[in-house]
Design a protein around this ligand. Sequence first.
Ligand SMILES: Cc1cc2nc3c(=O)[nH]c(=O)nc-3n(C[C@H](O)[C@H](O)[C@H](O)COP(=O)(O)O)c2cc1C
Length: 231
Amino acid sequence: MHTTTEPSILYFGTPVVLITTRNEDGTTNVAPMSSSWFLGWGCMIGLNSGSQTTLNLLRERECVLNLPSVEQAYAPNRLARLTGRYPLTADKVAMGYRYEKDKLGAAGLTDMRSDVVKPPRIVECPIQLEAVVQATHRFGGFEPERAYNTGTSDDPLVLAVELKILRVHAEESLLVPGKKNHIDPDKWKPLLMSFAQYYGLAPDRIVPSRLAEIPEEMYRPYEDMSKRPIA
Ligand SMILES: Cc1cc2nc3c(=O)[nH]c(=O)nc-3n(C[C@H](O)[C@H](O)[C@H](O)COP(=O)(O)O)c2cc1C
């Protein structure tokens, strides 16, 4: 039997991402987020305009999406309710956030150089995606409370930021042996957030997948990867 319900949030379970961006002074900001989905080598992320990450991304147009596995659940938890933005926006003050300049240090994370973008990758994350901003869209305008927000610090709005992935780094142990371009879904253990709690995937495949009968190569967005745009 179903019943109607009006949850405050509709976060049914998506991967956690630790997004690194460059602050104006050249230092690194890192923030946990989980409103993201991928299509081809594109990714759409949902960000509050009151975050330092959003300011950095709109200014520098570059980021790294670092994907923690279940082993790194400590990291988003340590970063929760910290912001690299000062002064804080009113909604963050109300939610008990505090300013932290050294977010990497606070989370116990290590940075390493990226190949094609300025923000660094996070060593501890088994998958790291270097990306640039393709487009930004205002999101959530259908909600009357947000429709007329201006995006100022006391009036934040939500932006959908479309990213183009330029380079993918994966821990070698996650690859199918002998197949350099295939990440083994049996080995990749993403950290998921569902209704603000952390989960992993069930240990085993549920049913044999008919979708997986399509060769993965058929989805490759560029037939010749060496000809793909690099910026
Ligand atoms: C697990 C987790 C997931 C989150 N997902 C999002 C998200 O998808 N979008 C968003 O704007 N904020 C999200 N947040 C909140 C941001 O981390 C928060 O706005 C933070 O202030 C961003 O840091 P910054 O201000 O230094 O950029 C999430 C927080 C946690 C802990």
